[in-house]
Write a protein of this length. Sequence first.
Length: 125
Amino acid sequence: MNKLRLKYLLCITAVIATGLVSRKITFIPLWIGDALWAVMIYLLMRMILIQIPIFKIATWSLAFCFAIEISQLYQAPCINHIRSTLIGHLVLGQGFLWSDLVAYTGGILTIAIVESMLNTKASRF
């Protein structure tokens, strides 16, 4: 594994830990966890598709997050059974919320801007 992929993996791990902790601390708004979930999706795609430009990864990540959220409108017993498990709940969520779409957009925009700024700063040296 090259160094850049390892850095993404470490960031993913930190984001997952932070997201799980954010759900346990009552004064942290729930939308923070949703934004962090979107950041994790972005970082995972960046780690796998390392040569793809930031803008494309951001777009694809946002489309994936939106698709998962929209899929929550589908409430068949088989998918609800999967959602009742811990992993199913963490990945697929429970119910559709418009506010989640805003949180996903904010999380992905933030990480894409931060990564762009870091890349620009690194290329100057």
